[in-house]
Design a protein around this ligand. Structure first.
Ligand code: FE2
Length: 153
């Protein structure tokens, strides 16, 4: 197996950790801002996403210490766009999830053929994040509209 560039891998893992921690804060924040008849299931879904982001942050942190490196205590960028509309919240979520997905793809490029464990981890996360983005995309479609909202993901 080819050599692993541990420094670059840790750098990407730290960016993943920060992005996932920002997701915890972002989804928790959104969950306070949902009003109307459907608020209870939407709040439950947003809080599930916050919990999932925390799990993903913990997995990234464990990978960092597995490599003998120090996990970042920073958090990814958080933009308060004062969105109260569920469509806008979901579009914002889709855009930020797309950035996290790009980081996992960058990680896969660095570890492919170099570490079975990290390669499996990166592929599993890409699978999970793509599935999640697809779920949000379906929520953004108008009822009866089959075409993907954002087919570029
Ligand atoms: Fe995630």
């Amino acid at each position: 197996m080819a050599d692993l560039d541990t420094t670059r891998v840790v750098e990407v893992l730290n960016r993943i950790l920060e992005a996932e921690l920002a997701g915890v804060v972002r989804y928790t924040h959104y969950s306070f801002l949902v009003f109307g008849y459907n608020r209870i299931p939407i709040i439950a879904w947003l809080r599930d996403q916050a919990t999932e982001s925390l799990t993903h942050a913990q997995q990234a942190g464990e990978m960092i210490t597995h490599l003998g490196a120090y996990p970042s205590l920073a958090i990814g960028p958080l933009l308060d766009s004062h969105q109260l509309d569920i469509g806008a919240i979901l579009r914002e979520s889709l855009a930020t999830e797309g950035k996290a997905l790009a980081l996992y793809r960058e990680l896969l490029g660095l570890v492919e053929g170099r570490s079975v464990m990290l390669e499996e981890y990166a592929r599993q996360m890409i699978y999970t994040e793509e599935q999640h983005a697809g779920e949000v995309d379906k929520m953004l479609r108008k009822p009866g509209n089959l075409a993907a909202f954002n087919p570029v993901l």
